[in-house]
Design a protein around this ligand. Structure first.
Ligand code: BGC
Length: 772
């Protein structure tokens, strides 16, 4: 755990430069706008330790799987989030000496990421080996208003000399992925143009043939006005740039403004890519840095208007939640159904693929509650677009008749994960995809998705489960063997309670949805039967039979569901009994030891109880929570939020708060010692859920928004905005009351602590909190 980021309500601030922390800061200060993003690499040369990272949404590389012992069914490739052209580079030489913070004495240094405005600023004073001192301010952003545009303003002042400053403003496509399986380069050059003050380069990915054009244009200002300068364009393989050299006077500022464009063939034709990019950059430069930045800030202001959560009395918690909300918005904007929310977003390479079950299980609620329903709907459409591939995927594994198994990790619908047993056996992911449809309909009330595409997805999923079970003569029940549950610290287990439960639920839900579609849209129903070759009477009867006779491991004496058949055979210890030297287990213990231990990486039985909470009484929730929480090491970032929500429901407030801190500041304080690889973007949605569903007790019940808030004792108050169906509410919780404001122009019915209230438009409802 680290503690070097200054606490501030609206900014992430680092003061002082410690090269050992540089990779962590590069992750924390990352920028993005849904279409592109980048780590906070320096503009000027830096020869110290750094992970250079620029990423373009939807552009990936299928890196051939590297395993020692190939087995049938292995994914062919591991899809890489592809490191793309570095457009931020502005190398600086002063009288021939390179400005490089790794070789300078860094006298002052600070970085600030303004979360409200989406702007990254860096300031330093450095003494170069020659004794020359410079002061630099660098400001940059990836425009939220113009998602193909980024801009930098780099200001430099010689402090103790007059001299010649040479800027080398470039676009570097000669990049690699640190995690490349075979050390290969993934980009091939297509074309490049470098003329005075402007450079453009298009490269294509091997195999996938994505084309990306990245270009830049820049101007230099001295004494506040555009300076005349001779520029020397140059180019080499996968690299274009311009050199300029200006005289700088002691104490006087020289400014370089760089406008960059990043355009991919996902959005423009390959043929016209460079022309289009050139036009975009030209327009951006004409608009000017200040105006572009103002438009960008205005776009962020609009986002915060709907998404902000305020926390009074605890700056660390306030900073944590805003940091999470900020990065979720930088990662996914919901305007393209080919994109999704990668576990590292645009902040690092680790975790290939962009889509895990994280999206459906954790991220969907955030986007449903804080954005137009179209955004969450895109996430469902994304999976529908992959249905054929999911059917193909299942077919390759031996399933038939339209059974669909969605991948655990994917970019384009194909399974693309390196490992086999651990993740591939996590077939529970199919359940989360069905659950997301249910969650979306329950929350938004938009049933149109069911007839449009939901029913087809559910048929594929239910068919899969119906074939994946087998009937145990001994148990006289249907069982599911050889799976990994959400807890990845066990693998190839039989009857993971969560998997069995969600499998049966999927078959029930598919039947319910089909009956609904048949009733509401018989014509569409007939089409679905035909396109899926669905034998309705036989298949639904089989699903019902399986669901009614599913086996659920449980222990009567303990009164708990069992994570899997063999769980009680383990040596049952609590996390408290572990020595700190053993933690995190995944870095300290052998895999063999982890797999046979009772320690749980992340919510598993509790994940099921969270999803299906309304089907269980409070005592059942309590017994299971009391049994499993002490055995959970939370070594997945996705884990604490589920425990916060359940702990809140059970009144375990201290526990809920302790776990909340762990999710909210997971990256800021580097809890798991891995922030340098990139941020845990998907678990950030879990932080949001911890506040809104945990402390706010928010649920959608019978078509109404229901709240059961309480105030963590460390806070003076908190508030959040929430969209529910056609309404927007602001909920403010203080120590004495919960105030709900209906910000919409229509009346609404709302439930607070179990009581129903009717609110007219723009009404404010004040409900005393009492002892709740
Ligand atoms: C978790 C998975 C998750 C993946 C990506 C793993 O550590 O155990 O549940 O899907 O990370 O976030």
């Amino acid at each position: 755990m680290k503690n070097y980021i200054r606490h501030d309500e609206w900014s992430i601030i680092e003061e002082g430069f410690d090269p050992k922390l540089n990779r962590i800061s590069e992750s924390l200060f990352s920028l993005g706008n849904g279409r592109m993003g980048q780590r906070a690499n320096f503009e000027e040369t830096y020869t110290g330790d750094s992970l250079s990272g620029n990423y373009v949404a939807g552009v990936y590389y299928p890196d051939k799987t590297r395993v020692g012992w190939w087995k049938n069914g292995y994914p062919e490739y591991f899809a890489k989030v592809l490191n793309s052209a570095n457009w931020v580079g502005i190398d600086v030489k002063i009288d021939g000496e390179t400005l490089d913070l790794s070789t300078c004495e860094v006298k002052t240094f600070s970085r600030r990421l303004n979360l409200r405005e989406g702007v990254l600023e860096r300031h330093f004073v450095a003494r170069m080996p020659s004794g020359r001192e410079v002061e630099v301010w660098a400001t940059r952003f990836c425009s939220m208003a113009e998602p193909e545009i980024g801009a930098i303003r780099y200001r430099i002042v010689p402090l103790n000399f007059d001299g010649r400053i040479q800027f080398d403003s470039f676009v570097d496509f000669d990049v690699r992925n640190e995690d490349s399986n075979y050390g290969e380069r993934f980009w091939e050059e297509v074309e490049k143009v470098s003329i005075p003050r402007k450079s453009y380069i298009t490269c294509r990915t091997k195999k996938t043939d994505f084309h990306v054009c990245t270009g830049m244009k820049f101007t230099i200002l001295q004494n506040g006005v555009k300076a005349y300068f001779e520029a020397q364009p140059y180019a080499r393989e996968r690299y274009v740039g311009n050199l300029v050299s200006v005289m700088a006077v002691r104490g006087k500022e020289t400014v370089i403004e760089k406008f960059a464009g990043v355009v991919s063939s996902l959005y423009r034709s390959k043929e016209g890519l460079m022309d289009y990019t050139r036009e975009k950059i030209k327009a951006a430069a004409e608009t000017g840095f200040d105006r572009l930045m103002a438009d960008h800030k205005a776009a962020w202001a609009k986002i915060w208007e709907e998404c902000d959560i305020t926390i009074e009395g605890d700056t660390a918690a306030q900073q944590g939640i805003r940091f999470n909300i900020f990065h979720l918005n930088q990662t996914y904007r919901g305007d393209d159904d080919r994109l999704n929310i990668g576990p590292k977003g645009f902040t690092g390479e680790k975790y290939g693929g962009s889509t895990y079950w994280d999206t459906e299980a954790y991220c969907l609620p955030f986007y449903m509650s804080t954005h137009d329903p179209k955004v969450a709907r895109q996430l469902l459409v994304y999976r529908y677009r992959h249905l054929d591939k999911a059917i193909e995927n299942a077919r390759q594994l031996g399933f038939t008749g339209g059974a669909a198994l969605f991948p655990m990790v994917t970019m384009n619908g194909e399974e693309c994960h390196n490992e086999w047993e651990i993740t591939f056996e996590e077939i529970h992911r199919n359940g989360a995809i069905a659950y997301a449809i249910h969650d979306y309909v329950r929350y938004t009330g938009d049933e149109s998705v069911l007839a449009e595409f939901g029913a087809e997805v559910l048929i594929g999923i239910a068919r899969f489960w119906a074939q994946r079970v087998n009937f145990s003569k001994e148990k006289k029940k249907f069982v599911i063997l050889g799976v990994t549950g959400p807890n990845e610290y066990e693998n190839n287990v039989n009857n993971n309670w969560y998997t069995n439960y969600i499998a049966a639920w999927c078959m029930d839900y598919a039947r319910e949805v089909l009956a609904k579609v048949e009733g509401a849209s018989p014509f569409r129903y007939a089409q679905i039967l035909e396109s899926t070759a669905f034998d309705a009477p036989a298949e639904t009867a089989r699903w019902a039979e399986i669901s009614e006779n599913m086996y659920y491991p449980s222990d009567k004496k303990l009164g708990v569901f069992l994570q899997q058949d063999g769980y009680l055979d383990k040596e049952l210890l609590d996390v408290d009994e572990l020595s700190p030297a053993d933690r995190p287990l995944n870095q300290k213990w052998s895999w063999d030891r982890i797999l046979r231990s009772c320690f749980i990486k992340q919510a598993d039985v509790l994940q099921g109880l969270y999803f299906f909470e309304e089907r269980f009484d409070l005592e059942t929730l309590r017994r299971n929570f009391d049994f499993y929480e002490p055995k959970t090491v939370h070594e997945s970032s996705l884990s604490p939020c589920v425990h916060v929500i359940l702990a809140s429901r059970l009144g375990y407030r201290a526990k809920a708060y302790a776990l909340y801190l762990r999710t909210a500041r997971l990256d800021l304080d580097d809890y798991n010692n891995d922030t340098e690889d990139g941020l845990h973007i998907t678990s950030m949605a879990g932080t949001w859920m911890s506040v809104v569903k945990g402390f706010g007790g928010m649920r959608a019940v019978d078509g109404k928004l229901s709240l059961s808030p309480y105030l963590p004792e460390q806070w003076k108050g908190f508030s959040f905005k929430i969209r529910f169906r056609e309404h927007l509410f602001r909920v403010a919780v203080s120590s004495s009351s919960v105030d709900v404001e209906n910000l919409s122009d229509t009346s609404a019915e709302i439930v607070v602590h179990g009581k129903h209230f009717r609110m007219s438009k723009r009404d404010v409802l004040v409900v005393p909190l009492g002892d709740s």
